[in-house]
Design a protein around this ligand. Structure first.
Ligand code: SF4
Length: 59
């Protein structure tokens, strides 16, 4: 799947980093995707954990 973060929406809460540290990291107060193509299931969990729906997952 493909993982994307909409930086306009991201508020830098860090929930995605806590949920899926393999894929997400915080840089300058915004989430960055470390692995844009991944099969790690926690990426989806992070999408659910994001309070502003900034994470999109494409199968
Ligand atoms: Fe940004 Fe959403 Fe991650 Fe919070 S959970 S840092 S708002 S992408």
């Amino acid at each position: 799947m493909k993982v994307k973060v909409d930086k306009e929406k991201c508020v830098g809460c860090g929930a995605c980093v806590v949920t899926c540290p393999e894929i997400f990291e915080l840089k300058d107060g915004k989430a960055e995707v470390k692995e844009k193509e991944t099969d790690k299931e926690c990426a989806k969990d992070a999408g659910g954990a994001c309070p502003v729906n900034a994470i999109s997952i494409e199968e």
